[in-house]
Write a protein that binds this ligand. Structure first.
Ligand code: COA
Length: 178
């Protein structure tokens, strides 16, 4: 267990948590992204958070996979990948924030900011120079959040998924020198 503040902790995702994580994301993801998808995001969640994929993710050596706790309740999920590089950035030591998702009822209370600040401090201590991530342009909450924390635009791609509406396909890579 990692303590970030009095009320916020991170605990590693274990293989026995796979079903729980799927259920949690079935709740969190559609609230923020169902309007992006013709099937309301079912395919994406079922694929991304299948037991098979979660087990694969937690077995990846360079990754840290966490559940986020607030006041002792699991309210989110946070994943980082050390040494995954963003094409076109020259820094040697880069870490990718793969995802952070918090339950809607806990959003806007500074939890995301504290978790990212913990990541940036930890990365800096380990000699890393850059944190980067992918953010969907048409999800203003997440996009504004990263902007506010000092992340800058680097590049973007247009996602090819069949079930994604055309208007929301743009995904930007943003980064911060730490
Ligand atoms: C995006 C997310 C991680 C942000 O975490 P959070 O705990 O809600 O955000 P915080 O309360 O820490 O906000 C930090 C700063 O961002 C700003 N911010 C947050 N949401 C914002 C919004 N919709 N518009 C403008 N600014 C926003 C806050 O005002 C705050 O600034 P301040 O410190 O000056 O007050 C969280 O809301 C979430 O999980 N959203 C849904 C899932 C998602 O989109 N995840 C990202 C996909 S990888």
């Amino acid at each position: 267990m990692i303590t970030i503040s009095e009320n916020i902790q991170l605990t590693p995702v274990l293989s026995t948590d796979a079903k729980f994580l799927f259920k949690l994301m079935k709740e969190i993801y559609p609230v923020a992204y169902s309007h992006f998808w013709t099937d309301k995001g079912d395919w994406y969640v079922n694929t991304q958070y299948s037991e098979e994929n979660i087990l694969k993710e937690i077995s990846e050596e360079n990754s840290d996979n966490y559940l986020v706790l607030f006041k002792d309740e699991i309210i989110g999920n946070f994943r980082i990948i050390w040494d995954e590089k963003l094409k076109g950035l020259t820094q040697e030591k880069q870490v990718k924030l793969h995802r952070i998702y918090l339950q809607q009822k806990t959003q806007g209370n500074g939890i995301g900011k504290k978790v990212l600040s913990w990541l940036e401090d930890k990365a800096k201590q380990k000699g890393y120079e850059v944190v980067w991530l992918d953010a969907m342009n048409e999800q203003p909450q997440a996009f504004q959040f990263y902007k506010k924390l000092g992340y800058k635009y680097h590049s973007h791609i247009i996602l090819p998924f069949d079930l994604l509406y055309d208007a929301v396909r743009k995904m930007s890579q943003v980064y911060k020198e730490i």
